[in-house]
Design a protein around this ligand. Structure first.
Ligand SMILES: Nc1ncnc2c1ncn2[C@@H]1O[C@H](COP(=O)(O)OP(=O)(O)OP(=O)(O)O)[C@@H](O)[C@H]1O
Length: 253
C-alpha cells in the first residue's frame, strides 16, 4: 500500500513533561486508522503536532512525500491535512451552508476588490462554492438544514457538519478527534456509517482518536496504542486489541 503519512520519531516536551516521545506511524492511502490510549497519553498532542499547532522538538512529518515538519497550521492545511476537534468548533452563528463554504475558501479565490465591487469573478466563485457546498450537504443529509444556524442543529448533526466542513478543504488526510464523544448509540452508528462512506466515496485517508471501542473495532483497520506518550502497540486492529500488553495497560481487563 502506498504511504500517505510517514511520521518518524516525533517528540515534544512541555516543561519537564515528555508528552510525546519517539512517535512513529505509517499510514497508507485510503486507510482508516485509529489512535487510542488512556486519558493524557498524548493523542491530542499528536494531532496538534501533525497540524502545526505545536512544533515538534524532534522528528519528521512527511505527507505524500512533502516534509511538513515545522510548517504553520495554514501551510499544513493547504498541503492537505484537515481536522475536527474534541469539542466541536463550528461558526455557531453562521448557517450550515456558510460553515461549509468557509472550508471551500482554500481552493476557491477572488480578490478583495472582486468582492467589494461585486465583480463578475466574485459572483462566479460564490456560485461555484454554493453549488459544491450544497452537493456536500446533500451527500451527508444536511441539505434541508442549509439555512439553519449551526448552533441550532442537534448535537450529532453538528459533528457531521464539522466533518463536512473539514472535507470541504479538500484534504488528503482527515484527522478526527473523538468524533463519537457525547453521542448516543444511534448517533454513533450513523457516524460510523458516515466515516466509512467518506473513506469509500472520497477515497479519503482517515486517522481518528476515539475512546468508543465499538467504533474503533467496528471501522478501524489499523491501530496505534499510545501510553505515556509512547507507542505501546501498532498493527491490525484485531491483533492490537488482543495484545496482552494493551489489554493490561489500556483496556484494564
Ligand atoms: N500546551 C500544553 N502545555 C502543557 N502540557 C500539555 C499541553 N498540551 C498537553 N499537555 C500535557 O500533555 C499530556 C498529553 O495530553 P493530551 O491532551 O495529548 O492527551 P490525550 O491522550 O489526548 O488525552 P484525552 O484522551 O484525555 O484527550 C498531558 O499530560 C497534558 O496535560
Amino acid at each position: 500500500m502506498e504511504t500517505l503519512l510517514d511520521v518518524q520519531n516525533l517528540g515534544i516536551s512541555f516543561g519537564g513533561l515528555r508528552a510525546v516521545n519517539n512517535f512513529s506511524i505509517n499510514i497508507g492511502k485510503e486507510q482508516l486508522y485509529g489512535l487510542i490510549g488512556p486519558n493524557g497519553a498524548g493523542k491530542t498532542t499528536i494531532f496538534n503536532l501533525l497540524t502545526g499547532v505545536y512544533k515538534p522538538d524532534s522528528g519528521k512529518i512527511i505527507l505524500d512525500g512533502n516534509d511538513l515538519t515545522g510548517k504553520s497550521t495554514i501551510e499544513i492545511n493547504k498541503s492537505g491535512i484537515a481536522r475536527t476537534f474534541q469539542n466541536i468548533r463550528l461558526f455557531s452563528q453562521l448557517t450550515v451552508l456558510d460553515n461549509v463554504k468557509t472550508g471551500l475558501h482554500n481552493n476557491h479565490h477572488y480578490s478583495t476588490l472582486d468582492s467589494i465591487l461585486r465583480l463578475p469573478r466574485y459572483h462566479k466563485v460564490e456560485k461555484e462554492m454554493n453549488d459544491i457546498a450544497m452537493e456536500l450537504l446533500e451527500v451527508f443529509g444536511l441539505k434541508d438544514d442549509a439555512n439553519v444556524q449551526a448552533q441550532n442543529l442537534p448535537y450529532g448533526q453538528q459533528r457531521k457538519l464539522e466533518i463536512t466542513r473539514a472535507l470541504a478543504t479538500n484534504p488528503k488526510l482527515l484527522l478526527l478527534d473523538e468524533p463519537a464523544a457525547g453521542m448516543n448509540p444511534n448517533e454513533t452508528e450513523e457516524l460510523m456509517d458516515m466515516i466509512k462512506f467518506v473513506r469509500d466515496h472520497f477515497h479519503m485517508t482517515i486517522l481518528l482518536i476515539e475512546h468508543d471501542m465499538k467504533l474503533v473495532s467496528g471501522i478501524c483497520e489499523q491501530l496505534t496504542v499510545l501510553n505515556f506518550g509512547e507507542v505501546l502497540a501498532q498493527g491490525d486492529t484485531s491483533d492490537v486489541l488482543n495484545n496482552p500488553q494493551v489489554i493490561k495497560a489500556y483496556l484494564g481487563e
